[in-house]
Design a protein. Sequence first.
Length: 407
Amino acid sequence: MDPAGGCPHADNARLLARGAVTSVVLPGEVAGMAVLGHDALREFLARPEVAKGAAHFTALREGRITAGWPLLTFATVRGMTTADGEDHRRLRSLVSRAFTARRVEELRPRVEELTAVLLDALHRAARNGGGVADLRGHFALPLPMGVICELLGVDAEYRDRLHHLSNQVVATDIGPEQAVAANRELVAVLATVAARRAAAPGDDLTSALIAARDEEGDRLGQEELIGTLVLMIIAGHETTLNLITNAVRALCGHRDQLDLVTKGDASWADVVEETLRWDAPVSYFPFRYPVRDMTVDGTVIPQGTPVLAGYSAAGRDPAAHGPDADRFDVTRPGRPGAVRHLSLGYGAHYCLGAPLARLEATIALERLFTRFPDLDLAGPEAELSRHSSFVGNSVRALPVRPGTSRG
Ligand code: HEM
């Protein structure tokens, strides 16, 4: 895997042509594997002999992983993404109530309100910037960050720092000292946030988690409380940020598809689902470990191997999506009886925030293109600088010309 990230699709196509499962070399020359084919990945994600707990990671157990390994937080953060079985159900159930379709729908007015405020800010930034503004920094980032911070009761003063630190944690090319420092500071900032909520509880998720920690019966340990906050902050904004950014890039590069939506021949929800498939915001997710040697699509994955879930590859697998899998097509019919994409995960660890991500992205895109129908990229797509990560899949900044504002 190239720690510098970059656009994954050309490499994915090359690897997929060789098979649905491949060996990879992770940073630090650690041997791993990746599952890339759609059907193979769905099967792998659902197999009971696949674990997420770091105790199953052979190289880690044998002391071959250093403290500054750039992917260490993914493997060891104490929360639901690294838990199995009963532990996983316990950790997930503590937050899942806040993310049901019904609870998320109640957030609609607030998401709409925040979107309107940010569109004003984007308009102002473009006016001050000679007609050009960074859509990622002014819109795609602060929307999901604002929402997840409000849900978690994180005061506004911490948000920029939290984004900076979480961005370092998901970078795969970060040096060992920087990785250790970013992780330590992220934990420290979130411990401060938790201490504030403990002193002044509110109607937020952090206060609810603290109440669970303080109850009798070991519902949540202190390390799990902070690990859950780390997870919610990272998963709750880095991903939706990439989705909104990638959808705007896709629509600007395919104006015919944008026209289909504005004419009513496709919906904004179709844009969101097709972007999830075509340009998955989470490219390769670390890690799962077979608890015994297993065979997937004819390839043996040895016990204890760190395996990446190759969501960006699965989204363009021609075996699942047809010979035109590379084409961005918002009217693409799903395969009868099959899931359209796996980009929000599959099985027990299916994305907890899926309803929220979909709500935020549909509102954001609809309002953005309704207010700025002529919005376009300010420069060639090929010149956009990419994220330095093979986990997140997007660009670092998205300079756009919003054009005339309708409102
Ligand atoms: C477009 C936006 C999003 C994408 C593409 C996305 C993608 C994913 C994927 C692929 C997984 C499964 C990872 C794996 O185990 O292989 C996942 C899990 C998760 N997501 Fe999301 N996510 C998004 C938004 C969100 C939001 C907004 C939140 C929080 C509110 C969130 C919270 C989580 C959590 C907590 C998990 C772990 C679930 C578990 O281990 O049981 N995600 N997400």
